[in-house]
Design a protein. Structure first.
Length: 329
């Protein structure tokens, strides 16, 4: 049984793709005493309320993580926090950098401060592969947020609150996923635009992402950055799994886009271990004034280790990709 079972949980950005999947999992498997959905869009909250038929365990707070006072009110009596709220579009960030800093960086600081003040036990923040060796503003703001949450444990050392981060790649079936975009083009008989025919990517399903967050709450001491050990896939294989006979057009990498994705840089690899029989990597904190110790089952990674989608030792086949795509549509 998870430590989340029967507890009071708050999810920032709770009306997004991850939030909806987490709500379903929590209601079905965790039986929370109270599940607080904190987000800024009243229309999305209304739509999600209809999905879950106003389940009495759910509470709905309109608010923005930029507003620390509103966060403080919403966090009253909360045991655990899932921080999923963020601005995420890479190209949008390049044109609106101040807004991304306000939400992804300052908003994350507000979550940290308000959680400590409210006596929250544990906070898990969602990150992205783009935070590893970032080359765009979005990735830079998420790397900063990651460091705030990890080092927030120093700030909270005299308190009971602990922070950890989960980092994963693209999510199949999430809002903005390439799957419905490619499928719509295929239905129209149009070729599929591929940023570069050599591209490789990490993909994770929404259920995998939710399970990873739940697992993190159970295993974390504070200061961990968890990365799932998952197969890579070629973007061309993904495209043909969605539309088998589609033509592919190489349109070139967009500004700020990588040819291959990275979830653990060589510098981070020096602090990485494998846990749970290879299910997850943990990037351990540099310094841990709050008393962090390595998990009993931790196995160090090889010297010079980095985790990139093109150098992975696990790969999805086209048939496996097609099965995942079918379940995500």
């Amino acid at each position: 049984m998870s430590i989340l079972s029967g507890s009071s949980i708050l999810v920032t950005g709770g009306t997004g793709s991850f939030g909806k999947a987490f709500i379903r999992y929590a209601l079905d498997h965790l039986d929370p005493r109270r599940l607080v959905i904190f987000s800024r869009d009243e229309l999305k909250q209304y739509e999600v309320r209809q999905i879950f038929k106003d389940d009495p365990r759910l509470r709905w707070f309109i608010g923005d993580i930029r507003d620390e006072r509103r966060l403080a009110r919403a966090l009253h009596g909360v045991d655990y926090v899932v921080h999923a709220a963020a601005l995420k579009q890479v190209d949008t960030a390049e044109y609106n950098p101040f807004e991304f800093v306000k939400t992804n960086v300052l908003g994350s600081q507000n979550v940290i401060e308000a959680s400590i003040d409210a006596g929250v036990k544990k906070v898990v923040a969602l990150s992205t592969d783009k935070a590893s060796s970032p080359i765009n503003l979005y990735g830079a703001t998420k790397l900063t947020a990651d460091k705030l949450f990890i080092t927030g444990n120093h700030y909270a050392a005299a308190y009971d609150t602990r922070f950890a981060v989960v980092r994963y790649g693209n999510v199949m079936g999430s809002r903005g996923s390439v799957i419905p975009f490619f499928k719509a083009l295929g239905d129209q008989g149009k070729p599929l635009p591929i940023t570069d025919l050599r591209c490789t990517r990490f993909f994770i399903t929404l259920p995998q992402a939710v399970q990873m967050v739940v697992d993190t709450f159970d295993l974390m001491q504070g200061g961990e950055l968890l990365v799932p050990r998952i197969p890579s896939m070629k973007v061309t294989d993904l495209a043909h799994a969605i539309v088998p006979d589609a033509g592919l057009v190489d349109v070139g990498l967009r500004p700020g886009e990588k040819l291959h994705e990275e979830m653990i840089s060589p510098e981070e690899g020096r602090r990485a271990v494998v846990v749970q029989d290879g299910k997850y990597f943990i990037i351990q904190p540099d310094l841990a004034s709050w008393g962090y110790t390595a998990p009993a089952d931790a196995v160090p990674v090889p010297e010079g280790f980095a985790y990139r989608s093109d150098a992975n030792d696990q790969w999805y086949t086209r048939d496996e990709i097609a099965a995942i795509v079918e379940s995500a549509i």
